[in-house]
Every structure is written in structure tokens, then in C-alpha cells.
Design a protein around this ligand. Structure first.
Ligand SMILES: [Zn+2]
Length: 347
């Protein structure tokens, strides 16, 4: 390990409702080691903190004595940008949970930063992935749900309450399909994995002959249809699956065109499991931008796939911690800077 990388190690944590991924990350965004364990939110907040702290300590050991500057956590929930308190995280059963302070205390004062998990993934793709060197970009991750993030003028935007980037809940159809958020016609209600599965089940029940291929893939059970099956059948040319993909592409394209108008990005990074399963959605979104977005907003915009894959969240959370803690050191009063240890190491 070089002196440079050894001096800039942070630990990234991606905290979701089912798992915690923890990684030791260097200044270049390289993962030097990682682990993945169940988050078990049903055991309560104290148990979740203990689980994360244990995983972080394993990565500290892995660093072999190299100083660790801090821990960045990306959490599947809404985070207060000022305090690192998780306001709401439905899958983790967190409400106004002081994650930053509780985790830092459990780690003997090691500095901790917290942000939303999709914002963390956005930051990772910006600093170390598909968005490197670009000052204005938007991400859209289409998985079970649809999340996004925005970098504008070289800065990750977080919003007043920390929820900036909820592009999945852009209305693309007035009085359209009901979304999980309670609104009607959100893009997630068309392009989210859960929505594609529900729509496929509905279509197959309405037309069992037309849905023969999808039914075959779902072992005869309409409710077992998934977005991945729709993508597979569509790739084979199945007419019903092609229609379903057209619906997804239309909704997603409208949402992408809207964010291009809103943020005038140089880059839209479009990823997630649904896009992995239906890769043509990238080209279809680009076509929609040409048709729908303002010429001035779309000039020069590119739509690309992400580069960091499943690790964007941990790499991004680690990079965020590095940036925030470096800024804090730079902006501290001189006396504070002298008093501040160059790095805090767990014993
Ligand atoms: Zn919604």
C-alpha cells in the first residue's frame, strides 16, 4: 500500500433493510476488502449499530495499522443532512434515529458521516465511476424501486430535508397507476421492478394465450412473473413482453426527459436491476430525451450505464466520508486543526 493511499483510507457502509455491506476503500475508490452480513432490523436499532460496528472493526483490522479517517454510511432512508439522523427508513424501522452519533460512539469516536444510499451511489459514480470529471449529472437507478441523485455545479445536492433525488416519484401519468408512495402515476408505478411484475401478472391473466411465454417462464403462475422474465421474453421477441417493455420505456423516457429539462446535466447515468435486465431502456430513454426535452437542455447530454455495479453505495459512502472529513479539517480554526489528530485509529 502506498503512503498516499495508506493516508486516505475510509470505510464505506451500505445499510439496507436486509443487508449491511462494509468495505475498506482507498483514495482512488478501490475496494481493499469487504464483507456482507444481514442487517436484521427486527432486532432493533442498538443491534443494528452493533452489527455495523463489528463489520467496521473487521475492516479496521484488515487495514493492518494504516490510519482510518472515518466511516461513511449510505442508508436506505431519509437522512437529516446536518445531524446524520435518519428521519425515516421504513425497512429498517428507523424514525428520528441518531445513526451518525450512535455509530460514532460505538466506534470510540471514529468520525461517521451519513447520507441516503442512492445519494451515496450517485456520489460513488461521480467520484470513481461513470461520472468522473463531470460537473453536472443525474443518476437514475431502476430496481425494485426507482431512486436517483443529482450532482450540479460539482456538488452533490441533498435538499432541505435530505431527500433530493426522488426522481422515481415524478408523475408521468395523471390519474395513472397507484404507486407505493400513495401518489398516482409515478414513474416507479410503471418502471419499478414491483410494478413491472404486477403489470405482467395482470396482462397474462387478461390474455393467457398471448402471455404463454411469460407464463412458461413463471412456471404457470402469473403472480410469479418478474421484471427479469419480461426482459428475457422481450429479448426473444415475445409480442406481449414487447408491449410491456414499451410501457416501461415510455414512462421512464418521460421521467428522464423531465430531469434533463430540470437539471441540464452533461450525463444521465441509468442503471439498476431493471435496466440490467432490459438494456434497451438506455437507448429508448435517449430517444425520449430527443423527442421530449428542450433543445437547450438536451444539447450534449449523454445517457450511460453505471460502472460501479452493486458496490456504488459502499464506494460512494466511503468517498463522501473522505470529502466531508477533509473539508471539516480544512475549515476548522487553526487552533482546532492543531488539536485535531491527523487520523483516528481504533485500538
Ligand atoms: Zn410514487
Amino acid at each position: 500500500m502506498t503512503e498516499e493511499s495508506g493516508g486516505r483510507l475510509t470505510i464505506g457502509v451500505d445499510l439496507g433493510g436486509t443487508k449491511v455491506e462494509t468495505a475498506l476503500v482507498d483514495h482512488a475508490g478501490q475496494i481493499l476488502g469487504r464483507s456482507r452480513v444481514s442487517s436484521r432490523p427486527e432486532a432493533g436499532g442498538a443491534a443494528v449499530i452493533a452489527t455495523i460496528a463489528a463489520a467496521v472493526r473487521r475492516e479496521v483490522e484488515r487495514a493492518g495499522g494504516a490510519p482510518i479517517h472515518g466511516v461513511g454510511v449510505g442508508v436506505a432512508g431519509q437522512v437529516d443532512p446536518g445531524t446524520g439522523t435518519v428521519r425515516h427508513a421504513i425497512n429498517l424501522h428507523f424514525n428520528d434515529f441518531p445513526l451518525r452519533d450512535r455509530l460514532s460512539a460505538a466506534l470510540d469516536g471514529l468520525p461517521v458521516t451519513v447520507l441516503n444510499d442512492v445519494q451515496a451511489a450517485t456520489y460513488g459514480e461521480w467520484r470513481h465511476g461513470a461520472g468522473r470529471g463531470v460537473a453536472d449529472l443525474v443518476t437514475l437507478f431502476v430496481g425494485t424501486g426507482v431512486g436517483g441523485g443529482v450532482v450540479a455545479d460539482g456538488r452533490l445536492l441533498r435538499g432541505t430535508g435530505g431527500s433530493l433525488g426522488e426522481i422515481g416519484h415524478t408523475t408521468v401519468q395523471l390519474d395513472g397507476r397507484r404507486c407505493r408512495c400513495g401518489n398516482d402515476g409515478c414513474v416507479e408505478a410503471y418502471a419499478g421492478g414491483w410494478a413491472i411484475a404486477a403489470r405482467a401478472a395482470e396482462a397474462v391473466r387478461a390474455d393467457r394465450a398471448g402471455g404463454a411465454r411469460l407464463l412458461e417462464l413463471a412456471a404457470g403462475r402469473p403472480h410469479a412473473c418478474t421484471a427479469g422474465m419480461v426482459g428475457k421474453a422481450a429479448a426473444e421477441g415475445d409480442p406481449l413482453a414487447r408491449l410491456l417493455v414499451d410501457e416501461v420505456a415510455a414512462a421512464l423516457g418521460a421521467a428522464v426527459a423531465s430531469v434533463v429539462n430540470a437539471f441540464n446535466p452533461a450525463l444521465v447515468i441509468l442503471g439498476g436491476g431493471v435496466v440490467d435486465g432490459i438494456p434497451e431502456l438506455v437507448e429508448r430513454a435517449a430517444q425520449a430525451v430527443v423527442v421530449r426535452a428542450l433543445p437547450a437542455a438536451r444539447a450534449g447530454v449523454q445517457i450511460v450505464r453505471p460502472l460501479l455495479g452493486l458496490h456504488a453505495g459502499t464506494v460512494g459512502a466511503a468517498a463522501w466520508a473522505r470529502t466531508v472529513l477533509a473539508d471539516a479539517a480544512t475549515h476548522a480554526a487553526p487552533a482546532d486543526r492543531r488539536a485535531r489528530k491527523p487520523a483516528i485509529q481504533l485500538s
